[in-house]
Structures are given as structure tokens and as C-alpha cells.
Design a protein around this ligand. Structure first.
Ligand SMILES: Cc1cc2nc3c(=O)[nH]c(=O)nc-3n(C[C@H](O)[C@H](O)[C@H](O)COP(=O)(O)O)c2cc1C
Ligand SMILES: [Mn+2]
Length: 517
């Protein structure tokens, strides 16, 4: 198993620091706007280190925005450090999952998916070995966890609320207030008892209440709907920090009844450990830095937002359920993690890239004709997918589009472009060249409608809207109504290329000579 120390931030951050992947900011930085502006610059530059603000201190931006001047202090009176841009590099994303490269994690995922029935005795022995591996990664419940070294509840929580305990960021000027931007929201299905962990941002209304921005299509919202139907209070716990792989896991678009902790254990080969919450009947991640425990009253809503969102636009105020906090537990020396989302590309582009890569093997199980796909961060992931397929029959590209619109969170995709297998998706010029030259828009663009992302502001009524498929594959003569001859791509002969390559240095030297004269 990997030697990368990724079980908790307290071991992961020193590891990053040794590798030049962490910058400590010792001077005071305002968690209101200033920290976000610094993190945004890092994200925009790309592949920059993580930022650890060691002294988040409300200053003039907090004052201008009417935020309480409270500094977040730990149990020993030290400032709680604010961690940003943790996932702002592909290398760190892989390390978070316990691997040197994401390709290694993808290969690990492919193994069980591609294993055929065991043929030889040797195959059976190998499978057994892997099965053992698997069970070692199953979530485990333990007796005690560092996430409960400090417990704040009751009257103490009235005195020291959320903003006194964590340096919660306000990321954009028109935001409705401070928001928890990397929370792992843990809920339980009231009917099946299954756990869900989803990342849903939370507005901090005051020391003891927050908004819960689970969008209508997400599992948390589904659990909530059914608690309300039963007329019952819903227990909700929220973890911050802890194993970075679990933070990724909370964002992963898994089917509703697949446990994010199981998936995380499988990705990393290490179990996620759980302890019972102090004031709610739920398990919480033992290694978390903070856990907010609370409940949601059936029927209660409060206006949440505006919030400068990952679409690059503000989401406008909307009614969402309210979390009533019953306890905040933490490590003795917790780190508070946050991100800033906004006009892409930002830190979430790396999380989205990890999802794109990790879910390809799973998509290929449903649609083996998919060779690869790309969700450009500039299109905020769900607005555009470019998919390359091995085309086998007329209308194949359309079939792939419809299948993707019916697959998990790919249902949000507004535009799907299908290209031939040989197109290099990592090269935007090549993609544009191919697509622009391969389509007759009237023939190859087709439209349908369905559910769209909760945050989509372009549709005329919220939640449903149009979808466009673009078949940019080579059209087949006859069968696809194309009556002409599709021309070949312009390419040099291999022999000529090889011969010129052999003489290349020589040729260059002569050209240099000519130019120098
Ligand atoms: C930084 C970040 C913030 C997010 N904020 C929200 C949010 O506020 N509400 C929401 O429904 N989804 C949000 N998401 C997306 C969900 O985490 C994602 O769709 C996840 O798969 C949902 O899990 P679920 O299927 O268990 O509901 C966010 C994702 C990231 C990376
Ligand atoms: Mn889920």
C-alpha cells in the first residue's frame, strides 16, 4: 500500500511542505474577501502550492461587510489556520488519493471492473488476494476519534458560536454572508438507513444556524424530502478537513445508494474510520478536523444566498433548509479548509478533472464504445461534454448522447459533442478543427429537453431546459444520408516523415546557417 501519508491533514500538510507544495502565510489575512482573492490568484495561475493562512484575522474587509470581528481560536487560544487551494494541483490531487499519479488510481479502479471470470487456479488465487485488499478498505467504526478531542455544546456553544470556532470565509463581495465551502454533509436515508456524504455549501447565518444548500437532484435533498414526509426531525452532521480523499469522495457523482466512504476506501486502499457523534444518532469521520452536529426541522426554510458560485455568476437568494447546531467537536489543533469558486478555472477544476478521469472506466462499463471524454472546466463541467466513440452503426452518436443524458449526474449536461475515436481531446485546436469541419448544423445538431443543473440561470424556468447533441463524427455514405465522398485528412507519408526526421538536426543546422548570413 502507498506510503503517502494521507489519513489526516496533520500528516498530509507536512508531507506537502517537504515537497514544496505548501506555502505558510504568517501575516494576518482577512477571511472576508482577502483570503479568497489570494487563493483565486493561485488557482488562476494553476499548479500552485496549497495556502495555509496561519493567522486569519477579521480586518477592514470584515468590518466593511458587517462581519463580527471575532477571531477563530482553538481550545488553547491559538488562531485556527485556514487552508485553501489544497486541491489546486493535479499532483496533490493524486497524493490526496494516496498515489503518485491519478493514472495509478484509475488503473486500480479498472482492475476489478475488467476482471473476467477466473480461468486458472492462479487467477482464483489472485482474485482472492484482491478480495482481501478490498475488505481492508471497508469503512470501520472505532471507539474514539481525534475529531472529538474538543466538544463545544450547550451554553458554551451560545457563547462561542461557529464564527468563533472556525475562520469561515466570505468569498465574494455580494455574498449573503460567510459560507462553509468544503463541508462534507453526512445524512442517513430514513427508509434504508444508508449513509450519504455530499459536498453542499453552507451559509453561516449565526453561531448556531446554517443553510443547507443541497440542490434538488442530490441525495441529501432526497433524504430530507422523506424525513419531511414522515414529519420527522432529520439528524445532519458536517465534517470539515480530515482525510483529503474523503473530501474528494463527497464531491464524486456516485449513484445515490453507493457509500462515498466505501468508494474513498476503495480509491485509497485505506478504510475511512467513523465514531458516533456526541449529540446526534449518526457516525462521523474520526479523523475530521471539525464536526458540526445538528438537525433540520421538518417544514423549516430560510433564504440562502446570494453566493458567488462555480458557474462564475452569483446564485440568487433561494429558500433552503436550516441546520440547527447542537455541538461542534474538533481536534485539539484543527485546520479549517475552504475553497473559493467563481469564474473558471479555479480549484474545483482539479476536483472535476479527477472525477472525469476516475469515472471513465465506470462510464465505459455502460457505454463501451466511449474511447474517452472531456468536460472542459471553462464550461463548468455540466454545460459541455466532448465524447469520442468507436462508431459502429448509423445514428450511434445520438444513442451515446441519449445514454449520457440518462446516466447519473451526466443528466445535467447541456451540450454533448460526439467525435471520432482518433481526435485528440487534450488539444482544443484539434477538437475545434474536427467539429467545425465535420458538421452540417441542420443535419447534425439535435435537440431535446430534460432536467438541468439547479444553478443554471439561462433556462426560462428553473430545473428544466433544452439539451443539444452534436454529431461531429464522420458521416457514413448512404446509411446516414450522406451522398458524397468524405475526404481524407491531409497527412504526410510516413516514409517521408521518417526520412526528414533522420536528417532533422542536419537540416536545422543548415537553416540556422542561412539565417545567420
Ligand atoms: C466545491 C464544491 C461545492 C459544491 N457545492 C454544492 C452545493 O452547494 N450544493 C450541491 O447540491 N452540490 C454542490 N456540489 C456538487 C456536489 O458535491 C456533487 O454533485 C456530489 O456528487 C453530490 O453528492 P450526492 O450525489 O451524494 O448528493 C459542490 C461541489 C464542489 C466540488
Ligand atoms: Mn451520494
Amino acid at each position: 500500500m502507498s506510503a503517502i501519508p494521507n489519513r489526516r491533514l496533520q500528516e498530509f500538510l507536512p508531507f506537502l511542505e517537504e515537497r514544496g507544495h505548501l506555502v505558510r502565510v504568517r501575516e494576518p489575512v482577512d477571511p472576508c474577501l482577502e483570503a479568497a482573492e489570494i487563493a483565486d490568484r493561485f488557482a488562476k495561475a494553476g499548479e500552485q502550492p496549497a495556502l495555509l493562512f496561519e493567522d486569519p484575522r477579521p480586518g477592514r474587509y470584515s468590518e466593511r461587510h458587517g462581519r463580527p470581528p471575532a477571531r477563530a481560536l482553538d481550545a488553547d487560544g491559538r488562531p485556527v489556520p485556514l487552508l485553501m487551494n489544497l486541491f489546486g494541483s493535479r499532483r496533490r490531487m493524486a497524493w490526496a488519493l494516496g498515489a503518485e499519479s491519478l493514472d495509478d488510481v484509475v488503473a486500480r479502479l479498472r482492475e476489478p471492473l475488467e476482471a473476467g471470470p477466473p480461468e486458472s487456479l492462479w487467477d482464483k488465487v489472485r482474485l482472492l488476494g484482491k478480495a482481501r485488499d478490498w475488505s481492508a478498505a471497508l469503512p470501520r467504526t472505532v471507539k474514539r476519534g481525534p475529531c472529538q478531542e474538543v466538544v463545544v455544546r450547550g451554553e458554551e456553544l451560545d457563547r462561542r458560536g461557529l464564527l468563533d470556532l472556525m475562520p469561515v470565509v466570505t468569498t465574494w463581495p455580494l455574498d449573503g454572508g460567510p459560507f462553509l465551502t468544503l463541508p462534507l454533509v453526512i445524512t442517513r436515508d430514513p427508509d434504508t438507513g444508508r449513509r450519504n456524504i455530499g459536498m453542499y455549501r453552507m451559509q453561516v447565518f449565526d453561531g448556531r444556524t446554517c443553510g443547507l444548500h443541497w440542490q434538488i437532484h442530490k441525495t441529501g435533498a432526497d433524504h430530507h424530502r422523506r424525513y419531511e414526509a414522515h414529519g420527522e426531525r432529520m439528524p445532519v452532521c458536517v465534517a470539515l478537513g480530515g482525510p483529503p480523499a474523503l473530501t474528494y469522495g463527497a464531491t464524486a457523482p456516485l449513484p445515490d445508494d453507493v457509500d462515498e466512504a466505501l468508494f474513498t476506501g476503495f480509491l485509497t486502499g485505506r478504510p475511512v474510520t467513523w465514531v458516533p457523534a456526541v449529540t446526534q444518532d449518526l457516525l462521523v469521520p474520526a479523523e475530521a478536523d471539525f464536526v458540526i452536529e445538528g438537525y433540520v426541522e421538518p417544514g423549516e426554510r430560510r433564504t440562502e444566498g446570494p453566493f458567488g458560485d462555480h458557474t462564475g455568476f452569483y446564485t440568487l437568494p433561494e429558500e433552503f433548509p436550516v441546520l440547527h447546531v447542537t455541538a461542534v467537536t474538533s481536534r485539539r489543533r484543527p485546520v479549517y479548509p475552504a475553497t473559493v469558486v467563481g469564474v473558471p478555472p479555479m480549484e474545483d477544476a482539479v476536483l472535476g478533472w479527477a472525477t472525469e478521469r476516475l469515472f471513465l472506466p465506470l462510464l465505459q462499463k455502460i457505454l463501451p464504445e466511449i474511447v474517452d471524454y472531456h468536460l472542459p472546466p471553462a464550461a463548468c463541467f455540466h454545460n459541455l461534454a466532448i465524447v469520442k466513440i468507436r462508431k459502429r452503426y448509423p445514428g450511434h452518436a445520438r444513442k451515446v448522447c441519449h445514454a449520457l443524458w440518462g446516466t447519473g449526474q451526466m443528466m445535467f449536461t447541456k451540450t454533448i459533442v460526439v467525435v471520432d475515436a482518433e481526435v485528440d481531446l487534450t488539444n482544443p485546436t484539434e477538437v475545434l478543427w474536427r467539429v467545425a469541419n465535420s458538421i452540417d448544423p441542420v443535419r447534425d445538431c439535435f435537440f431535446t429537453d430534460g432536467p438541468v443543473d439547479h444553478l443554471d440561470h439561462s433556462v426560462s424556468t428553473q430545473f428544466t431546459g433544452g439539451k443539444m447533441g452534436i454529431d461531429a463524427t464522420t458521416k457514413w455514405e448512404g446509411e446516414e444520408g450522406y451522398r458524397r465522398e468524405w475526404p481524407p485528412v491531409v497527412r504526410m507519408d510516413d516514409a517521408v516523415k521518417r526520412e526528414v526526421a533522420e536528417r532533422w538536426r542536419d537540416l536545422l543546422a543548415r537553416l540556422d546557417g542561412e539565417a545567420g548570413r
